[in-house]
Design a protein around this ligand. Structure first.
Ligand SMILES: Cc1ncc(COP(=O)(O)O)c(C=O)c1O
Length: 427
């Protein structure tokens, strides 16, 4: 469903006028549509949870985590993936059921593991032997049996940007699939009296626009599931297949949709395991970007428009790499419109420049817009995931506010940072 409309000249999102929103809350502004998030969670239910009984879906909260988002996700019936003590703290403050939280991380600190164990999170994903040793000690200290899964590096290159590709053999995430190595990891967890080994986890990478890497990785991991049954005479109870389902950022991207990934993956699990008499594990997915990416729009106010004859026209805006690091980090590309002239025909090729002191702080290189003027509101699409959560204060820029929109109403969810906030920690 499309939640964007043009009325007169104005762009509306989830039935809210974006120019009016910018006037009321200022810019830069993250706008998040609750309707889009609910719609996407409903698709997860109708295309996955309801089709395959016993499955589970977690929201990877690193994509966008606020107290409101945690509450919304819980009310939609999904669990939560957290990856730090801070994400866990916020989730608990939001009232998230700890049993529905899964704790990840390749470099968890002992304090974070202690916090996760004390809080009673449902699962902890092991990444290394240090995790095994420290969690075993914590299980003993608190007299708990901790439910754990191992993150596996399936050795599959996902052809996404190398910074968001995580499944290839040279990866900081997960345990390698070399039998001489992984057996030591498995023996360690099986012999730890306070750990209950539940199964395996893999995540091939992010923003994937086809299912090849997911299927290749799954096939490898299913081989491991089968070997485990044969070698250890026990069955893998759970299989967490991560996230990574891509979305449309620019018109050339074609979002494959959930079923394009999950239908063949669920089929592959059945064909690979059933024939061999291996019981099917309980399957979990944990998408982040797919749920919240399309739910976000960032609004900026245009400032200086600088034409360099014969070279390009730079359009300066009041945000940049501090609210959206993805172009500088990954070369990510975006679509945008002038929100107050949304129906106008683009007639100028421009480059949208951020305000930070880095030549690389370019939000959009070469985009056709109806010639932007100072004071125009620029709406950049698909900014719900990995924007607010990756924001920084470089150049002492205050981080933007977050406003939720929902069927014509708007509400402040996170207030804008102030200059006082910027020095609040300094003694
Ligand atoms: C372990 C794990 N699960 C899930 C995700 C979510 O990925 P995405 O937002 O691409 O769905 C990530 C992203 O880095 C991840 O590392």
């Amino acid at each position: 469903m499309n939640y964007f409309e043009t009325k007169g000249d104005r762009l509306f999102f989830d039935r809210v006028d974006l120019v009016e929103l910018a006037k009321e809350y200022g810019t830069p502004l993250y706008v998040v549509s609750e309707s889009v998030i609910k719609d996407r969670c409903a698709q997860i239910r109708s295309e996955f949870l309801n089709v395959y009984p016993g499955t589970q879906a977690l929201y990877a909260s690193k994509a966008f985590q606020t107290l409101d988002m945690c509450r919304l996700i819980q009310s939609e019936g999904l669990g939560l993936d957290v990856v730090s003590g801070g994400e866990l703290f916020a989730a608990l403050k939001a009232g998230f059921n700890p049993e529905a939280i899964v704790f990840h991380g390749n470099a968890k600190t002992v304090d974070e593991m202690d916090f996760a164990v004390r809080s009673g999170v449902g699962r902890i994903i092991l990444d290394n032997l240090y995790d095994v040793e420290e969690l075993e000690k914590l299980g003993g200290r608190y007299n708990k049996k901790i439910k754990v899964l191992y993150r596996i590096t399936p050795g599959v290159d996902s052809h996404t940007h190398r910074f968001i590709s995580t499944g290839s053999p040279d990866s900081k995430f997960g345990i390698p699939l070399e039998p001489s190595v992984y057996k030591g990891y498995i023996d360690a967890v099986l012999s730890a009296p306070h750990l209950e080994f539940r199964g395996f986890h893999f995540h091939v990478g992010s923003q994937l626009l086809d299912n090849f890497a997911h299927l290749a990785a799954l096939k490898v991991v299913l081989g491991l599931v089968e070997n485990f049954s044969m070698e250890y005479g026990a069955n893998v109870q759970e299989l967490n297949m991560g996230g990574g389902f891509g979305i449309e950022y620019v018109s050339g991207d074609k979002e494959p949709g959930l079923s394009c990934f999950l239908t063949p993956m669920m089929q592959l699990i059945r064909t690979e395991l059933e024939g061999k008499g291996v019981p099917l594990p309980r399957v979990t997915i944990e998408p982040g970007r797919w749920i919240v990416g399309p739910a976000g729009v960032t609004l900026y106010t245009v400032g200086a428009v600088k034409e360099i004859p014969g070279v390009r026209t730079y359009v300066g805006v009041d945000g940049g790499m501090t609210d959206n690091i993805r172009p500088a980090l990954y070369g990510a590309r975006y679509r945008a419109v002038v929100a107050g002239r949304a129906a106008a025909v683009p007639d100028q090729l421009v480059t949208i420049a951020g305000k930070c002191c880095e030549s690389g702080d370019i939000l959009i290189k070469d985009i056709e817009l109806p010639s932007p003027h100072p004071g125009d509101i620029l709406a950049v699409f698909a900014t719900g995931a990995y924007h607010h959560s990756m924001a920084s204060n470089y150049n002492r820029n205050p981080r933007p506010a977050v406003v939720h929109v929902n069927q014509g109403s708007a509400r402040l969810s996170v207030r804008r940072e102030t200059y006082d906030d910027l020095i609040a920690r300094e003694l």
